[in-house]
Design a protein around this ligand. Structure first.
Ligand code: COI
Length: 355
């Protein structure tokens, strides 16, 4: 499919101080857009000036949340080239989310091409500063003006771009996580594995209560027994117990993170034992009491590798690795960011060059 390009007549000034970008506040000059209409399929692919969209107040996405999204990044390497990290994985996951949310799929290769074309046009917006990148947010939502509950007949697919710094204001300093015991994020047969707005909306109440106790994020337990560890919501979670790297297996209620998958592959390539299995919060607490909980860290596109310094479960507060980044977390951070920013050789073939 052809992608039409309509350049902006009013380009914006780029951020002057890239150390103060924050995350997800600033948007570039252009966005990708494409419509779906039943009977016609996906059509009218275009790159147009970034701007407000008009939507009926009755648009179905606003009432019943039929929406999916993705998150990936473009990185500027030392020699000035711009590259993406495993974009094919993002669009494979987007189609899995689409299937669950009854949204029409889009050809994955086409979505990668559209992303490359948009980033190429906006390549001057890719930050030059260490640790900063261009966050890419593709998303699809239902636009039919109808307040009945059914899968929509009309959708809009947009890709917007945001030059961003670290997701957590703490950067690579360890985050404080609170184990959620009241609310749940996902249940068996639900939408936990899909990247859909509802999974994030449902997490806000727990996050709010965690903030009141000075904790940054919530660690979700399974929705049935509230015993097994699932994920943080903004990232997947890993434990290093007695030298073994453990992350909850993908049971359907955990997001299949691309950084999660890559971290497991890096561990395996380095000969570190890395296991995907069910793990209870009790097992983590027992390992802590036995002095065997070496490290805890989260993985995510936005979060990269985020060490966890404090884990609070009820009245128990576990201080992990003296509230410092651990050896395996640091190795994974260096390897992942090294590949992403082109500082080390990409032996896995994960990066995709723009232009
Ligand atoms: C990402 O890591 O890209 C996400 O979509 C998570 C979101 C909380 C920023």
């Amino acid at each position: 499919m052809e992608i039409r390009f309509e350049p902006t007549k009013t380009p914006k000034a780029k951020p002057q101080d890239e150390t103060k970008l924050g995350f997800g506040h600033i948007f570039t000059d252009h966005m990708f857009a494409m419509n779906y209409d039943a009977g016609q399929g996906w059509h009218d692919a275009r790159i147009v000036p970034y701007g407000e969209i008009s939507l009926s107040p009755a648009a179905m996405c606003l009432h019943y949340g039929q929406e999916i999204f993705e998150g990936l990044k473009a990185y500027r390497t030392a020699d000035g080239t711009v590259q993406l990290f495993r974009p094919d994985e993002n669009y494979k996951r987007m189609n899995n989310s689409a299937e669950r949310m009854v949204i029409p799929k889009i050809d994955e290769k086409f979505m990668v091409e559209a992303t490359k074309k948009l980033v190429e046009i906006e390549k001057d917006w890719v930050p030059h500063t260490d640790g900063a990148s261009l966050y890419i947010r593709p998303f699809i939502f239902a636009t039919d003006p109808y307040v009945g509950v059914k899968p929509a007949d009309h959708y809009l697919f947009l890709i917007i771009l945001s030059p961003s710094g670290p997701y957590y204001s703490t950067g690579l300093d360890p985050v404080k996580i609170y184990v959620e015991q009241k609310y749940v994020r996902a249940v068996r047969g639900g939408t936990g594995f899909a990247k859909t707005a509802a999974n994030y909306a449902i997490s806000l109440k727990g996050q709010d209560e965690a903030h009141e106790q000075d904790y940054e994020q919530v660690l979700w337990l399974d929705g049935v027994e509230q015993k097994y560890i699932e994920e943080v919501g903004s990232m997947n979670i890993f434990f290093v117990i007695d030298g073994e790297v453990i992350t909850p297996e993908l049971t359907g209620s955990v997001l299949p993170g691309i950084t999660r998958k890559s971290a497991l592959e890096v561990c395996k390539a380095k000969g570190i034992k890395a296991t995907e299995r069910r793990i209870t919060i009790q097992e983590v607490a027992d390992a802590y009491d036995a002095g065997k909980l070496d490290e805890v860290f989260g993985t995510g596109t936005a979060a990269v590798i985020s060490p966890v310094g404090h884990l609070k479960w009820g009245d128990k507060v576990m201080t992990i690795n003296d509230n410092k980044i651990g050896k395996i977390s640091q190795m994974l951070y260096d390897t992942m960011t090294g590949i992403q920013w082109g500082k080390i050789e990409d032996k896995f073939g994960w990066t995709v060059k723009i232009g």
